[in-house]
Write a protein that binds this ligand. Structure first.
Ligand code: GLU
Length: 381
């Protein structure tokens, strides 16, 4: 079965062990074959994001650091050296197919704080719309233990949810989930499909990590929980062969985790679940109609604004009778929102002095207050 079939927006996580050999450094032949896979998928009109590990592994090889666990400062220095080499390798590899590469280095706060999350999402989304392939890693040179993702499995899952990807592929050193660690337990059986991450599934995950990768199966299950809850499917498969994505399409052994819901619904449920609204917008009847048709909230329809909020905060949207009709993540800080309330889109730039975001709340960030039971309609919003 071709597990990539039907997926349009795909995050591929590449583990360090696939990309970097401890002795000889970058595994160029493998990377070239991955580049060919990515180019083919792009040519089919799919959007591909790569979350690549390997900065620390590559940097330690380049710097000739000893093969004991590194101190934090040593890892950070290794990452600084390795990340440059990594970025160059991706840009050369994809460049041969006429594809531009954009490097994004994230720290934990970039996905956990709403405003930075929206910024990161806008940048990655723009790269995709320009046809570039974002290559994403944790910003290891500044991340310390309290403020880091720590492993790229979970980082990749956060990127998949941030970008509403429909599939996350973890290219790993193991070809999927087993009932027990296969290296130590000969009776371990491969599990081709996980419909839901139950406590039994978690119990199978053990904790072991390999020499070069931080994440064992446990972080992969954590990633699965994050991705599937937001509506993305996830695949764990062995990346340690040439053309690893073509191998997935050929039906080589893998574990598929099914999403719990479609991405839009899951994301909107997440927005709808926010407890504290930072402000309230009152909108006119035309805007209420637009929202119910699944469109964005434009500044023109906003009649009044209450509260102190920042871009990315959750705010309530009320009709002129004061009834909540929607809630969403606002695209402007409250002072700017006040300046552009009621203005047509073409007048916003003059009011703000900079190029505007068209929507006060983008439709992807908006959930209308539908009666219980019509949740499926959110899917079309
Ligand atoms: N961000 C780390 C690196 O690039 C890798 C973390 C991981 O392998 O999970 O070296």
């Amino acid at each position: 079965m071709n597990l990539l079939a039907g997926h349009r927006r795909i995050v591929v996580k590449i583990g360090s062990a696939l990309l970097v050999d401890r002795e000889s450094g970058l595994r160029r032949e493998w990377l070239t074959s991955l580049g060919a896979d990515v180019a083919r998928l792009r040519a089919e009109g799919r959007e591909i994001m790569l979350v690549s590990s390997g900065a620390i592994a590559l940097g330690r090889t380049v710097l000739g650091l000893p093969s004991r666990p590194l101190r934090l400062e040593e890892s950070q220095a290794a990452a600084a050296v390795g990340q440059i080499a990594l970025a160059r390798a991706y840009s050369e590899t994809l460049g041969r197919h006429g594809i531009e590469t954009g490097q994004i280095l994230l720290t934990l706060g970039d996905t956990e704080e709403r405003r930075r999350y929206l910024n990161a999402r806008a940048t990655v989304g723009t790269l995709l719309s320009l046809g570039a392939v974002p290559v994403i890693n944790e910003n290891d040179t500044v991340a310390t233990s309290e403020i880091r993702y720590g492993d790229n499995d979970r980082l990749a899952a956060r990127v998949a949810t941030m970008m509403s990807a429909d599939l996350l592929v973890l290219l790993s050193d193991i070809d999927g989930l087993y009932t027990a660690p296969p290296a130590s337990d000969p009776s371990a059986a491969h599990i081709p499909h996980v419909a839901a991450i139950t406590p039994e599934i978690e119990a199978m995950a053990g904790g072991a990590a390999s020499l070069t990768s931080r994440g064992g199966m446990k972080t992969k299950i954590d990633a699965g929980r994050i991705a599937t809850a937001a509506g993305a499917a996830m695949i764990i498969t062995a990346g340690d062969r040439l053309n690893p994505l073509a191998a997935v399409e050929r039906g080589e052994r893998a574990t598929l985790f099914s999403p719990v819901a479609n991405p839009v619904t899951a994301r909107k449920r997440w927005i709808a679940g926010h407890l504290n609204a930072a402000g309230r917008l009152t909108i006119d009847a035309g805007a209420v109609r637009a929202l119910n048709e699944g469109r964005s909230l434009l500044p023109a329809g906003v009649k009044a604004i209450e509260g102190e909020f920042s871009r990315g905060d959750t705010i309530l949207v009320l009709d002129e009778a004061g009834i909540e009709v929607a809630r969403g993540l606002v695209a402007y800080d409250c002072d700017e929102a006040r300046r552009i309330a009621g203005l047509r889109t073409d007048a916003i730039e003059a009011a703000l002095g900079h190029a505007p975001r068209a929507a006060m709340i983008h439709r992807d960030d908006l959930v209308t207050a539908l009666p219980v039971g019509s949740q499926e309609d959110l899917h079309h919003a």
